[in-house]
Design a protein. Structure first.
Length: 214
């Protein structure tokens, strides 16, 4: 499945000579973003790029950039937007040239989204679709509590979960209307088994491709 660049308000899809799919995964904690990113990567041949993983790997590497990232993380601070872009840009550009990318974990707010969109336009790696996985808050909370009981994760206690979901709603939630206005949002119900979520995503993307070919 190949996508062309998204220009203006809408998604256009390319022939097999294009450079692959370019997707963003947008979802609150507990919606299954990591699982669906891996499945979409296997299905589409695109690279699943998790921003957090790249930052952690860079922090463990030698060099001034890695030390700066590690210092921010050690203090519990967010890594500055420009540093995140500096780390992600080479990976995204390389992936777009090979088989496409599925970006997970960035952007997290409207300022980051606008900066990323401007950079992507300059580099010719503009998003084709932003997949938004949504589910009711009680469902997300129970999933995270279940995960905590299985793995002992300290960040998945009830009060912390409520805070994480609130932070998502306040900071990342505005990306939903932003990508809707750009005409590239694909909203998928995540309150169903993972296989059904995967099938819905694939059907929605394939449907967009067929519509664009008419």
């Amino acid at each position: 499945m190949r996508f062309a660049s998204a220009s203006g308000h809408g998604v256009r899809f390319a022939s097999a000579s294009g450079h692959g799919v370019r997707l963003l995964l947008l979802a609150p904690p507990g919606a299954g973003k990591g699982t669906q990113g891996e499945r979409l990567a296997a299905w589409s041949g695109a690279r699943h790029i998790a921003a957090g993983d790249l930052l952690r790997a860079q922090a463990q590497a030698e060099g001034p950039l890695g030390r700066e990232i590690a210092a921010h993380q050690a203090r519990g601070d967010l890594v500055p937007d420009q540093i995140v872009l500096d780390v992600l840009t080479p990976a995204v550009t390389e992936a777009a040239a090979r088989g496409g990318y599925i970006l997970d974990g960035f952007p997290r707010n409207l300022t980051q989204a606008i900066a990323a969109a401007e950079l992507a336009a300059r580099l010719g790696v503009t998003l084709h679709a932003a997949i938004y996985l949504h589910a009711p808050e009680p469902v997300l909370t129970q999933r995270l509590l279940d995960r905590a009981s299985q793995s002992g994760r300290s960040d998945d206690k009830a009060d912390v979960i409520r805070h994480r979901l609130q932070v998502f709603a306040e900071t990342t939630g505005p990306l939903v209307p932003y990508y809707t206005e750009r005409g590239i949002l694909v909203a998928v119900d995540a309150d169903q088994p993972p296989d059904s979520v995967t099938a819905d995503i694939q059907a929605r993307l394939s449907g967009l491709a067929r519509a664009a070919d008419r």
